[in-house]
Write a protein that binds this ligand. Structure first.
Ligand SMILES: [Zn+2]
Length: 272
């Protein structure tokens, strides 16, 4: 059995980006660990916060529920502040994750990797999939952590979680062909400029691994629903008919370090 450590920017990213892979690993008996960089305080504020309860408290609780659903055995919160989207005033805050010292943050992540004797470590692609400053910072910090543990964990597989831009384009076209005009949040176009001006995700030809998580689609959906306070972000996904949800979220895509580009279907824990 192995250990999978997934590094994410905000509460709920674990569910949307790698929820199926974490659920699959846990179901197969592997140890699954989640590292969450920020407190997600720029998320939606629910109107039912208890007296004294903060949004960060709520999001931490929701993350623990999501972790329970996915079978995650350990959750480490690094507790940096959410930096907000590109151009927000909060980008300039000293305690925003985007301004964190990369070496210091990476050392904290590396400590978890060493402690867990990690076999697989997931981060994000170079532009964080859609350019959010905290997601880009997960890439930077994750890459640095990879360097820091290179001697201790020589067999560590590092995989960058991303979206398959070509598959997203195909889904959007299929939805339009089916007469669905509203194909997602803000009439989603994977080739359009995202938060940092780049298109979404990674071209299919540059991917290395597609993980089949169709059997875990219900678990992934349940973990997304556990992030109840953020429903406006995920409601579009959660209202998809189950078969459409399974189609769209049934494969999780990665770029593995040390592998030639070209998407193959496989699994982190397959003998290679
Ligand atoms: Zn995020």
């Amino acid at each position: 059995m192995g250990t999978l450590v997934c590094f994410h920017a905000h509460p709920d990213d674990e569910s949307i980006a790698t929820g199926g892979s974490m659920a699959r690993a846990a179901a197969e008996g592997h140890r699954v660990v989640l590292i969450v960089a920020t407190d997600g305080i720029h998320g939606e504020v629910p109107d039912d916060l208890a007296p004294g309860e903060t949004l960060a408290d709520r999001r931490r609780d929701e993350t623990m529920r999501s972790a329970e659903v996915l079978g995650i055995r350990r959750v480490e919160f690094l507790d940096y502040h959410d930096s907000g989207m590109t151009g927000w005033d909060s980008n300039g805050h000293d305690d925003a994750f985007v301004n964190a010292d990369v070496d210091a943050a990476a050392e904290r992540v590396a400590a978890v990797l060493r402690d867990e004797r990690a076999d697989v470590f997931t981060i994000y692609d170079w532009h964080g999939g859609y350019g959010h400053p905290d997601h880009v910072q997960v890439h930077r910090v994750g890459r640095r952590a990879e360097e820091l543990v290179a001697d201790d964990l020589p067999g560590l597989l590092v995989a960058e979680s991303t979206m398959n831009r070509d598959a997203m384009r195909r889904f959007a076209a299929a939805a339009r062909d089916a007469g669905i005009d509203d194909v997602g949040p803000d009439d989603f176009d994977p080739d359009g400029p995202m938060d940092d001006g780049n298109p979404m995700g990674t071209p299919e030809a540059e991917l290395t691994l597609g993980v089949d998580v169709r059997a875990y689609a219900d678990v992934k959906r349940a973990s997304m629903a556990a992030h109840r306070s953020q429903v406006s972000d995920s409601s579009f996904f959660l209202t998809m008919p189950p078969e459409v949800f399974t189609e769209v979220f049934g494969t999780e895509w990665f770029v593995e370090h040390g592998r030639d580009p070209g998407p193959r279907s496989g699994w982190f824990f397959d003998a290679s």
